[in-house]
Design a protein. Structure first.
Length: 318
């Protein structure tokens, strides 16, 4: 019923867009469209970071999900359909993150004129969380049967996603290929340096288990030799059972875990409750699903926040 209601809303919004275009009030006259540049729409922050970095002066990039909003809780509005209808590139993560994307793209009415990019294409996806299942049996997350969409949390995945976005830019705007490739190489060097720091910084830590509030770190753990145990599932809205919390508290005590990690965009109540039960500390591990307004003002970006994640992981795992 909810999906049908959403489709009706998208259909109504599409009619509004069509009417607006007929009256010259949408398309290239829209505030989110820039003349003479490739107009790009990204769904959330990590993709915006890549698209902005590679597109540079040749692209106008608009991000749909605003600062401080959790992507799992967000659904597009008619204004977002208008924005996408005037774009040449629409970049989404895929791997099940944006469950609304198929209906959304149909609602733009752009036909074949909007090139879509599934940024996670080519990454070996994780289904559920096998490390969590190894840590304690039958943790009870229904979402464990799903694909883990949090590809971007590993710099190794971000390198592949950047390559996919470069290919899309060159295909959409071959005249500026040299500029795109030059900026891509600069971004690639930053991500490779970050990857090297993560590899070196986590190679010789004393412990390998991390306990997190949200099951968002599977790719990071796979790529850098860690194991995650999550309080909540692939969606941060998933509620754990009382037995789950008891099992995790037991795991924390038996394995010498010193820190329970939480994230800024969702409540830290469960993490702090579990930490108090197990008599351990808490710290932030950011899944980079979006920046807060404070982080934006401070000039933080994907690399600076991942470097902070590395510091917090090293401190917890020594």
């Amino acid at each position: 019923m909810r999906r049908w209601t959403y489709r009706l809303a998208l259909f109504a919004a599409a009619l509004i867009i069509a009417a607006g275009c007929d009256n010259g009030k949408a398309g290239n006259n829209d505030a989110d469209v820039a003349e003479g540049k490739v107009n790009v729409v990204t769904t959330f922050y990590p993709l915006y970071y890549l698209a902005e970095g590679i597109g540079g002066e040749d692209a106008h990039v608009t991000n749909l999900i605003p600062a401080g909003v959790e992507p799992h809780d967000w659904t597009p509005k008619s204004r977002d359909l208008q924005t996408a209808s005037g774009a040449q590139l629409f970049i989404y993560n895929g791997a099940g993150l944006e469950g609304w994307v198929e209906d959304f793209l149909h609602g733009t009415g752009s036909g074949g004129s909007l090139r879509t990019v599934e940024a996670s294409q080519g990454i070996e996806l994780i289904r559920g969380n096998p490390e969590e299942a190894d840590a304690h049996e039958d943790h009870g997350h229904e979402a464990d049967l799903d694909v883990d969409p949090h590809t971007w949390v590993s710099p190794k995945s971000m390198l592949k996603m950047a390559s996919n976005i470069l290919e899309a830019y060159v295909a959409a705007d071959p005249a500026h290929k040299d500029g795109y490739e030059s900026r891509y190489n600069e971004l690639k060097a930053k991500l490779e340096e970050l990857d090297g720091k993560m590899t070196e910084g986590l190679a010789n830590v004393a412990k390998r288990d991390i306990v997190v509030s949200h099951q968002a770190f599977g790719y990071l753990c796979r790529d850098y030799g860690l194991k995650q145990v999550a309080i909540m599932g692939l969606s941060p809205d998933a509620e754990p059972r009382a037995q789950d919390l008891l099992d995790i508290a037991k795991f924390v005590k038996e394995n010498g875990v010193k820190t329970i990690f939480f994230e800024e965009l969702v409540s830290d109540q469960l993490a702090k409750t579990l930490a108090a039960e197990a008599n351990v500390g808490t710290d932030v591990l950011n899944p980079l699903e979006g920046l807060t307004s404070e982080q934006e003002k401070a000039g933080d970006d994907y690399v600076t926040i991942m470097e902070r994640n590395l510091q917090n992981l090293r401190k917890a795992l020594q």
